[in-house]
Design a protein around this ligand. Structure first.
Ligand SMILES: Nc1ncnc2c1ncn2[C@@H]1O[C@H](COP(=O)(O)OP(=O)(O)OP(=O)(O)O)[C@@H](O)[C@H]1O
Ligand SMILES: [Mg+2]
Length: 189
């Protein structure tokens, strides 16, 4: 269970979030829907603790994010709002980096990597630097990275952005399957 209590975020004089209250239960696919600048990415960045709230609290399975940041981070994976990250790495190197950060069995991660790479048609380009990828290919590489460790909570900021219809369809099915296992998916659109 994710509990956001009175979350306020200010950037200088600008209030991006004003006392947001939200509970997200396991088994849910929770969509953040809003216009540009509504505060979707700000909410998500607070949840994954890339930025700190101005005030308010976030707890995940009873753990206070501010106090137990690493324990909470082990439960979540994240697709950021831009796929233009780690461009000097190949997708394979990026996935290795992600896999190393989560304490999951090597065999399990490898198996999932093969499956996701085939599903998203990324095997052919996996060894090339992500700088040489199209926008959609970068997005697929980042999405695979987020799904690879298979933590309980997936937090996806505009995950369909740039994906072709087949990849978007496949990702939606993965999101549904994750929630059907009693896990949590949060995404913005
Ligand atoms: N680093 C920052 N510094 C200053 N203001 C910011 C910063 N990041 C976001 N904001 C402001 O906070 C508000 C919310 O932005 P946010 O990125 O959360 O919106 P969003 O709902 O994700 O929008 P989009 O649909 O365009 O992705 C906006 O007014 C934005 O200008
Ligand atoms: Mg955004």
């Amino acid at each position: 269970m994710i509990e956001i209590h009175d979350l306020t975020k200010r950037y200088g004089d600008k209030t991006a979030l004003n006392q947001l209250n939200l509970n997200i239960a396991p088994g849910q696919i929770f969509g953040l829907l809003g216009h540009n600048g509504a505060g979707k990415s700000t909410t998500i960045k607070n949840l994954v603790s890339i930025i700190q709230p101005t005030s308010g609290t976030i707890t995940v399975d009873g753990l206070d994010l501010a106090q137990q940041r690493l324990a909470v981070k082990a439960k979540i994976s994240y697709v950021p709002d831009t796929p233009d990250i780690f461009l000097q790495l190949s997708a394979t190197e990026y996935w290795d980096l992600i896999a190393a950060a989560y304490q999951k069995s090597e065999a399990e991660v490898q198996q999932r990597r093969q499956r996701l790479m085939a599903l998203f048609d990324m095997a052919e380009h996996a060894e090339e630097p992500m700088a040489s990828y199209s926008h959609g290919m970068r997005q697929k590489a980042i999405v695979i990275g987020a799904l690879l460790p298979d933590p309980d909570i997936w937090i996806l900021d505009e995950p369909m952005q740039g994906l072709d219809p087949q990849a978007a369809f496949d990702l939606k099915n993965l999101m549904k399957a994750h929630a059907a296992k009693g896990k949590t998916v949060i995404f913005s659109t």
